[in-house]
Ligand binder design. Structure first.
Ligand SMILES: [Mg+2]
Length: 289
């Protein structure tokens, strides 16, 4: 029997959050995360820059728990995943975010950015109708200069656009995503919460990088895993404090009974912090694969 008070919508970034990079990962971290996500009261949503195909690849490659929902392409698409493993695009989300671009798609924006040397278009499979993605030259262009240049060039369209700069620490490359203003990870998490009738204390988000920070300044209970780069932690703290949301941001440290705080262990530590009703289940000593 699923108790209403135990309902949990666990929203997690993938790369660097449940997919490990170079920092040490506890051997039991992912098995324990899989055990949590098998609980009938838990719904898992990945919230990621990956597209749907790359999400499925990562689940198989890293033996990650199967999600019930997936926010892909940094918020440009939301999918429902049924018990048979079939993915269905959530059309209401497309309608919701399309308003910001006045019925147009990224095709209209490309010519305005095409001749600027600071940007290189990412592969076509990385583009979506409501997402335009580039690499930015970190050696030549400061982040503020990129944002200013792109904003100026897109101004004639009259769109409400969200520009997200992040750094893929793994591949040491800068990423720019041009999205409708509503298509943030934050708004996608809020959309899921509202559509699925979760209360705020039944939702936890976990991340590790710049494109997760939109959630950190919201009311959503948010976790930065311990392996998050120091500058992202500092920015998360600043954003949360500036918006009066300091108590809804938790930075995992490890050493408090849930593992070393990195990757999936940090996600579990964050769930235990925000949802004391889950804490006993999540203690490392009670883990089962
Ligand atoms: Mg990440």
């Amino acid at each position: 029997m699923t108790s209403e008070s135990r309902r949990l919508l666990l929203c997690s970034d993938m790369d660097g959050t449940v997919i490990p990079y170079a920092a040490p990962e506890d051997a039991d971290a992912r098995p324990r995360l899989r055990a949590l996500c098998r609980h009938p009261a838990v719904a898992l949503a990945y919230v990621t820059g990956r597209d749907a195909e790359l999400v499925r690849e990562a689940i198989a490659q890293f033996d990650l728990p199967t999600p019930a929902y997936a926010v892909t392409d940094v918020g440009a698409c939301i999918w429902r995943v049924d018990a048979a493993g079939d993915w269905t695009r959530w059309d209401e989300w497309q309608t919701e975010i399309a308003q910001d671009w006045r019925g147009q798609t990224q095709e209209q924006a490309r010519p305005l950015l095409a001749d600027w040397a600071g940007l290189t278009l990412q592969a076509e499979e990385r583009q979506q109708p409501y997402k335009l993605s580039y690499y930015w030259d970190m050696d030549q262009c400061a982040p503020d200069d990129v944002l200013t240049e792109v904003q100026t060039r897109l101004q004639p369209l009259g769109w409400n656009t969200e520009l997200t700069l992040s750094i893929d620490a793994h591949q040491r490359v800068g990423l720019l995503d041009v999205l409708p203003r509503r298509a943030t990870k934050r708004h996608a998490v809020e959309f899921l919460q509202a559509q699925l009738n979760y209360t705020p204390d039944q939702v936890v988000f976990a991340g590790d990088s710049g494109n997760d920070l939109s959630v950190m300044e919201s009311h959503v209970h948010s976790v930065l895993v311990a392996n998050t780069p120091p500058e992202v932690k500092a920015e998360g703290r600043r954003l949360a404090a500036d918006t009066g949301q300091a108590d809804t941001l938790y930075i995992a440290t490890g050493g408090v009974g849930y593992g070393n705080g990195n990757y999936a262990a940090g996600v579990l530590e964050g769930v235990a912090h925000f949802c004391p009703r889950w804490a006993d289940d999540l203690r490392q000593t009670t883990a089962s694969a």
